[in-house]
Write a protein that binds this ligand. Structure first.
Ligand code: NAP
Length: 372
């Protein structure tokens, strides 16, 4: 058993740090005293982020890099060592998306998405491991709710996140078996309100949007930084991700039909698409949040409860038992009623999750007020 260092003693490399989750994580880590190395393709956005961090007396450097190229990732590692002397945590976060039916997406675009989402994480892991093994450390790979459950209109993205999960799970077992002092974590967020919908390559005739509920990027950052300091196998962010993953295991056919009924509409906004995407080239504006219209749930139950593993397990166990019973009962009514029941089941579980999160927040606020 090895111990991970406190954040204030760590050097953390984060890919995809020019926008969204990666940028939120870099800022939060620097605020808590870590030295951070920000990597992505858009140099201007990286420079702006480093200026903001150093103005707040944080320690940060940037390296422009395309994660699909091993030589770029080796440059990132070398720059981290030259700047701060070691690497304690490496976060493979860079990712891109494609909105569209699988049959409409070009072969070249599909392969390019895998270059970033899959090969970027594989090569990042292989480059990071020798450094992490030297003094012990954490390797954190960005999966998704789509690592456990495919999403229509995001077929190739879902395939890449399933692949990241398979790679990460196998790597973890190999490292544990050899006794390497490296903690390997897969992060599985639900919908997060980053600029990603504005960055994806879009084959549809509408603007892309994430299906609700949408969580805050800072919630993912908190879970990532928890995994940098505690050995965590995997972590959901957002109770919707946990719910969908559970339903995918116990009622896959019901979830297929529910997804067919709801997820096409839920992922397309009312406006026409805006031009431009980041599939082949960087185009980050250095923003953590995107154009998400509507409220963000925060902080999420699961991002908090990742920090309290026992509570999470108990809550998830109870939810699983309840959902399983409901699903089995509702399955008995045949296909037609299965669809309508599934819609009810979906709404029930989503509403219940939101209510639990709200109640938790209210209790926390009341405690904060009463303790002055
Ligand atoms: P985002 O705001 O679009 O950020 C994506 C980041 O990846 C940017 O910094 C981008 O920077 C970088 N990037 C893309 N391709 C790259 C490449 N080839 N080389 C280096 N950097 C590259 O999206 P986000 O929502 O924060 O996504 C971050 C990660 O979370 C992704 O892996 C995504 O799949 C995952 N995730 C997101 C959600 C969500 O709902 N938002 C949910 C689950 C999982 P440049 O353009 O400057 O290179």
């Amino acid at each position: 058993m090895f111990r991970l260092k406190p954040l204030s003693d760590q050097v953390i490399v984060i890919t995809g740090a020019s926008s969204g989750i990666g940028l939120a994580t870099a800022r939060m880590a620097a605020d808590q005293g870590a030295a951070v190395v920000l990597a992505a393709r858009t140099e201007q956005a990286l420079t702006k982020a480093v200026q903001e961090i150093t103005a707040a007396e944080g320690r940060a450097v940037t390296v422009a890099c395309d994660v699909s190229r091993r030589e770029d990732l080796e440059r990132v590692a070398a720059h981290a060592i030259a700047s701060f002397g070691r690497i304690d945590t490496w976060v493979n976060n860079a990712g891109v998306g494609i909105w569209g039916r699988i049959e409409e997406v070009s072969d070249a675009d599909m392969r390019q998405l895998f270059e970033t989402n899959f090969w970027g994480e594989v090569l990042g892991s292989l480059v990071a491991l020798p450094y992490l093994k030297q003094h012990g450390g954490a390797l954190i790979n960005m999966g998704s709710m789509a690592s456990d459950r495919a999403i229509p209109l995001q077929g190739i993205y879902s395939a890449s996140k399933h692949a990241v999960k398979g790679f990460t799970d196998a790597l973890r077992m190999e490292l544990e078996e050899e006794g390497a002092p490296v903690s390997v974590t897969l992060i599985k967020p639900g919908s997060i309100g980053t600029p990603m919908p504005q960055h994806v390559k879009n084959y549809t005739s509408s603007e892309p949007k994430f299906p609700p509920p949408v969580y805050a990027p800072e919630d993912v950052a908190k879970v990532i930084l928890h995994a940098a300091t505690h050995q965590v196998r995997d972590a959901f962010v957002g109770s919707s991700a946990q719910t969908v993953s559970t339903l995918a295991k116990i009622a896959p056919r019901t979830l297929d039909r529910l997804s067919e009924r709801t997820l096409f509409k839920a992922q397309l906004g009312p406006n026409p698409p805006s031009p431009g995407d980041n599939l082949w080239n960087g185009r980050s504006a250095g923003e953590i949040r995107g154009d998400h219209q509507g409220s963000m749930i925060r902080p999420s139950l699961y991002s908090n409860s990742a920090v309290h593993a026992g509570l999470t397990t108990a809550a998830a166990g109870l939810a699983l038992a309840g959902i399983g019973w409901l699903a089995m009962r509702r399955r008995a009514h045949g296909v037609a009623s299965e669809i309508s029941s599934a819609t009810g089941l979906w709404s029930d579980t989503q509403r219940a999750a939101s209510r639990r999160e709200l109640a938790r927040e209210q209790r926390r606020a009341a405690r904060a007020i009463s303790s002055g």
